[in-house]
Design a protein around this ligand. Structure first.
Ligand code: MV4
Length: 446
């Protein structure tokens, strides 16, 4: 097994990776920026090393500093966590050139997944359902108009290298399309350094459901179940669940088969996620592949008993996944709440600052993944996720009741958080009945 792993990340996911290393008997070295000098991840790991100043570009995104730090501390592998360098194929190449094993998929897989229109074309060729739309990218307005007339409005323009809703534009008619195509292209160019866009028929109020893939280096690939990620705001997921809510078992099985086929089509290795949109008639469509451990991975862990981070590490080391079965049936229900340092009464404005007091919920079926501690500072330099509350119970109804209890126990003083907002959602009738979709928050929560 690896002797020592370098963690090129911070916050709760760095803590999560340190825990997996400990349990596997692997030493951990954490990287920290000057802003994170006293952050918990630097104390929990066996060793820690400063990789630069507070702005991400100077530290957690600084490839040279990270590679040097991993080498001087004698690490044999790098875990990138999520965000930062996790989906950067050039970083994977550089790790390999420096004899450091990147804990994640190969560079080619990351690079293909990063090009969404290309990944969709691969899926089409493999008979995986995709949303009717352009074949690859659309450059000329004339082509876009012709295609959209055939698809029927509304259509949606998406950035091929996009994410987070940037470069995305809904067009209700010809006039919109003419106005939005150049805007989407220039926004994509400035945000992602590539202006390529593609067009799809717009699906109103879809659900977002994703499947967890685990694949070793010997051609063994399994899909261990799905997550519901429909509760989001401005493309930021807020609540995730496993299994998906009221998803007919037949649909779930079919989607899982297609997720497996999608993973095999791109020769997937290590952990990954196949994302689908689901329309009001339970038709589903592949949209993209995520090549990292995801923020919401714990809900899958809670209903399968699999430690996903340990699996990533074992697979990267070259172990087979013969410990994993093909057909996981979820046990019970799990819900995750992303606790962000944001003010829900003020358009979710980030609220960094000092946490003067805190109490974390516990008891049966309650897990908190966090890096906060009394008197710690939430830095303005990084994203606002400060904790994840993950609840498990035997049914969704009970998991909701347990969530109310756990959210009530949670105390964070000194900064504003999204906890009060979740107390509202969890009492919403449509949330409770499972009548949810990606536009739930804007429609239901005032
Ligand atoms: C869509 C869609 C409707 N039709 N694609 C994909 C990535 C995710 N972040 C949003 N995505 C969507 N893709 C088609 N063909 C609806 C969404 C979508 C969305 C779009 C615009 C504004 C807000 C949205 C919220 C959730 C999902």
């Amino acid at each position: 097994m690896f002797k020592r792993i370098f963690i090129a990340n911070r916050g709760e996911i760095a803590v999560r990776i340190i825990r997996a290393c400990r349990e596997l008997g692997i030493e951990s070295v954490s990287a920290y920026s000057t802003a994170d000098k006293n952050s918990i991840h630097t104390k929990l790991s066996d060793k820690s090393i400063c990789i630069g100043s507070s702005p991400p570009a100077k530290s957690y995104l600084n490839i040279d500093n990270i590679i040097t730090a991993a080498k001087v501390t004698g690490c044999d592998a790098i875990h990138p966590g999520y965000g930062f360098l996790a989906e950067n194929s050039r970083f994977v190449d550089i790790c390999n050139q420096n004899n450091l094993i990147f804990i994640g998929p190969p560079a080619e897989v990351i690079s293909l997944a990063g090009n969404k229109s290309k990944a969709i074309e691969v899926m089409k060729r493999n008979k995986i359902p995709v949303i009717p739309g352009s074949s690859g990218n659309v450059n000329r307005i004339k082509t876009a108009l012709k295609l959209s007339r055939r698809l029927g409005y509304p259509v949606i323009i998406k950035a091929s290298f996009g994410g987070g809703g940037k470069g995305m534009r809904i067009c209700n008619d010809k006039k919109d399309l003419i106005a939005h195509l150049p805007l989407a292209k220039s926004e994509s160019e400035s945000s992602f350094g590539n202006g390529e866009v593609y067009i799809e028929k717009y699906i109103p109020k879809p659900r977002h459901i994703e499947f967890q893939i685990i694949a070793d280096n010997y051609g063994n690939t399994v899909c261990v179940g799905e997550r519901e990620c429909s509760i989001q705001r401005r493309h930021q997921k807020l609540i995730e669940e496993a299994p998906a809510v009221n998803l007919p078992i037949k649909t779930s099985r079919l989607m899982r088969e297609f997720a497996l086929r999608a993973a095999r089509a791109v020769n997937y290795k290590n952990l990954g996620t196949i994302e689908f949109l689901l329309d009001g008639q339970n038709n589903f469509y592949f949209i993209e592949i995520n090549t990292r451990i995801q923020v919401e991975h714990p809900v899958t862990e809670m209903v399968t008993g699999i430690d996903l981070v340990k699996e990533q590490i074992r697979i990267a080391y070259g172990q087979k996944i013969d410990n994993l079965r093909e057909n996981y049936k979820p046990l019970g229900h799990s819900i995750e709440f992303r606790i962000n340092a944001e003010d829900p009464d003020n358009d979710f404005r980030p609220c960094p600052g000092k946490i003067t007091e805190s109490f974390l919920p516990g008891g049966p079926g309650v897990r908190v993944d966090t890096f906060i501690s009394p008197n710690c500072e939430v830095s303005p330099f990084y994203d606002s996720l400060i904790a994840k509350l993950i609840v498990w119970d035997s049914t969704r109804e009970e998991a909701i009741l347990r969530s109310i209890r756990a959210l009530d126990e949670f105390r964070i003083e000194g900064i504003k958080t999204t906890i009060p907002f979740y107390k509202k959602i969890i009492k919403n009738k449509n949330f409770i009945s499972g009548n949810i979709h990606t536009h739930f928050i804007e429609e239901e929560i005032k």
